[in-house]
Design a protein around this ligand. Sequence first.
Ligand code: ZN
Length: 334
Amino acid sequence: MSIKYVFKRTGGWLYLNTSLGRHPLRGAGVILMLHRVLNNDRAAELPHRNELCVGPDAFEHLLIWLQRHFECVPLMTLLLADPESVPNRPRVALTFDDGWRDNAMNAFPLLRQYQVPASIFLSTDFVGSRQHFWWESIGETLWGSHGQVARHSLIEHLQHAGRPLPVLLDDIDDERRSLALLHYLQSLKTLDARTLSDLTEACPHGAQPQALDWPQVRMLEDSGLVRFGPHGASHAILTGLDDQRLHEELTRSWTALENGCAQPLPVYCYPNGDNDVRVREQVAAHGFPFALGTQAGLYRHDGDPLNLPRFGVSQRNACHPELLAWRIRRGARS
Ligand SMILES: [Zn+2]
């Protein structure tokens, strides 16, 4: 364990366990960003999954830690709070992006057990469909989760797309191979949507759909603990769309939520966090008072409500929430 790591963990602990440390959090809120909750912690630890996945043990550990140090509130309670009435304990709201099926299977039972509210932001075209998210399908096929035949077939498709695999992806060490896969997947983000969709089609479809379906959405909403908001329709990066397509994404995602939910959240969650002035103006014109980005920072009621900051939760910082406290502390200073 490095000195820097010990320093961060201790600093994070002191921050939340002393009133002096907690002072910069007064009146501010913390919005956490999660994606997937897998059914296996070891699977979530690998570098290519670490940022977007947590395992059930890590997630439970995080929930217990949050309840000890924060008041866990619904997102709208945090956003609409009167900044004058400062609660004794700092507030935190949990958000999940994309609408993964495992949010219902693995996250919800723990949210219910600990009575922690959460908001899930759906890429609505995926709900109830067998359409898969490209990074998951390509990533897991390359990892070999669907067998060697599927892996080699996809590698050929990637070569045709001008993206041959780096040699490191054949490394026998799992950690190094996973890290190489993470970098390779990040490099694919520059491919156009059509090519990514064709490559995803070239991957085998698992037995289960990846996304939630509408009955699951309603079941979670009926629990009173979970609410839903839009995260694009197709998960296209909004800043890359022309005005017409941007308007269509915003309209289609909201219409789907209005049809599928009792009380959709008036909060837009930008796919990938990407937004600019034009996107924010369109989101406001569509009637959204709030939107979530991915920049780290505290919610202080005085920032841009259409680019709200969030702290990302990874398997690593869910296992060691003092690291999260360290990041929150840095956010509190800025
Ligand atoms: Zn997303």
